[in-house]
Ligand binder design. Structure first.
Ligand code: NAP
Length: 441
């Protein structure tokens, strides 16, 4: 049992543990939560009520979460003293109790602080940023068929230009790197003398641990395809290598479960000379979210270049189910995809390592609305749904999904959706939570 400086775990619950490579979930799991700064307080209160109501309804009192408050951000300063944004207790508690959930945190400005979220991801080696994007009927969308989007993005969380290996233009360090590149590695005039320099590390270790998670997800959820999104045509030894290591992992470690798009093509050509896309019914198959051709029930592993992927999610979103991609691509894609189904207020997320998982609202603290009871809690609520699915409590998640959809369909929404839906009733954050609970059937 970890020793904490100021945290006192609840006495009523039981710890989630890992045994023989699997999570062991008790009926009364202790789950740490970080309320979050600013509007985090509003959305946590609302979400917490929804979670408890859904668990009670789904299991008739047999199961119950023992919530355990831990601290980061402004509240950590109050509890642990000034200038303590991320006390050592906090990542220690997440590690010890395996699964946790958090609201948004202020990024402290100046003083060399890194984002608290990035710190948590790195300290706990939460290498996969997982962002499901699906449409809820009734949510206003800028596209004609938002319902065609139902993807889950696995974004690498620890490497790429996010590794923070950067050298400021004009500094001695930057000049040293530039001289090394020019003199030792003979990099020519394409590296300007007055450039700042950033390093983009991508490794087979980082890539394959992500790809395993994405393929295991596709296997568990019986999804038809996994797509590597990359910019390997330009960045061959980073993004291109990501794609190659991805295929290597898929075909070496999951051979019985996968077929590559190229294999599917060759197989079709060898049998009758007709490509999968020319076969009768190919387009209907694609429209049903199935890759064209006969995959024999296996997951089709394919890759797409990043710029084309941005077009494809707009025009043919239903051809993609699991997308696996390096850090920066994933950052852009997650927000662009979320915009298609109603924006960040509706987008859930999680950072997951081998077992440790931290579920989080994807938007920021929206400080101007703090404590006003107006903000949309859906992002945190849906992150909670992901968390319940991670625990194997799908009944709870499904109850919330249905109730949220019903509430939005009744046009009972918070201010952000109210301004977009004609004839809607504007609810406070707490009222929206009550409406969702009322609609749990
Ligand atoms: P933000 O807090 O996400 O808010 C920007 C705007 O987005 C809000 O003013 C609001 O727009 C809309 N919005 C965000 N969440 C909403 C919700 N739940 N319901 C309805 N509308 C919502 O972004 P920011 O102002 O750039 O960042 C504020 C702080 O949050 C910064 O300290 C930043 O570092 C931090 N941050 C934290 C996280 C995190 O913890 N994961 C993520 C991003 C940013 P309208 O005013 O137009 O209605």
């Amino acid at each position: 049992m970890a020793a904490f400086d100021k945290l006192v775990p609840p006495t009523q619950g039981t710890k989630i543990t890992v045994k023989d490579g699997k999570l062991v979930i008790p009926d009364n799991p202790i789950i740490p939560f970080i309320e979050g700064d600013g509007t985090g307080r509003d959305i946590w209160k609302a979400s917490n009520r929804i979670f408890d109501a859904a668990v009670a309804k789904a299991f008739g009192g047999k199961r119950k979460v023992a919530w355990f408050e831990i601290y980061a951000g402004e509240k950590a300063n109050q509890v642990y003293g000034p200038n303590t944004w991320m006390p050592a207790d906090t990542p220690k508690a997440v590690q010890e109790y395996v699964v946790a959930i958090k609201g948004p945190l202020t990024t402290p400005v100046g003083g060399g602080f890194r984002s608290l979220n990035v710190t948590m991801r790195q300290v706990l080696n939460l290498y996969a940023c997982v962002r499901p994007v699906r449409y809820f009927k009734g949510v206003p969308s800028p596209v004609r068929h938002p319902e065609r989007m139902n993807i889950i993005i696995f974004r690498e969380n620890t490497e790429d230009v996010y590794a923070g290996i950067e050298f400021q233009q004009g500094t001695a360090e930057c000049n040293k790197i530039r001289d090394f590149l020019k003199q030792e590695l003979k990099v020519g005039p394409k590296l300007r003398d007055d450039a700042g320099i950033g390093i983009k590390p991508i490794s087979p270790t980082g890539t394959k641990q992500l790809v395993r998670k994405a393929i295991r997800w596709a296997i568990a959820k019986k999804l038809p395809s996994v797509t590597f999104m990359h910019k390997g045509n330009i960045m061959k030894f980073t993004e291109g290598a990501f794609k190659d290591w991805g295929y290597e992992c898929a075909t070496q470690e999951f051979r019985d479960y996968v077929i590559t798009e190229a294999e599917l093509w060759d197989q079709a050509m060898a049998s009758d000379g007709v490509t999968p896309i020319e076969k009768p019914g190919a387009f209907a198959q694609l429209r049903n979210g199935k890759p064209a051709g006969d995959s024999g029930g296996r997951i089709v592993v394919k890759d797409r270049i990043a710029d084309s992927m941005f077009q494809q999610i707009l025009t043919r979103a239903d051809e993609y189910q699991v997308v696996c991609t390096p850090n920066l691509n994933g950052d852009y894609l997650s927000d662009a995809a979320a915009a298609q189904v109603g924006g960040l207020g509706m987008a859930p997320g999680a950072n997951i390592g081998d077992f440790t998982a931290l579920f989080e609202a994807t938007h920021g603290t929206a400080p101007k609305y703090a404590d006003k009871d107006v903000i949309n809690p859906s992002s945190l609520v849906l992150s909670g749904c992901m968390m319940f699915e991670y625990l194997g409590w799908d009944e709870v998640a499904n109850l919330i999904y249905r109730a949220m959809e019903a509430t939005i369909n009744q046009k009972r929404v918070t201010y952000d959706l109210h301004r977009l839906i004609e004839g809607a009733t504007k609810l406070r954050t707490s009222e929206f939570a009550s409406a969702v609970i009322e609609n749990m059937k």
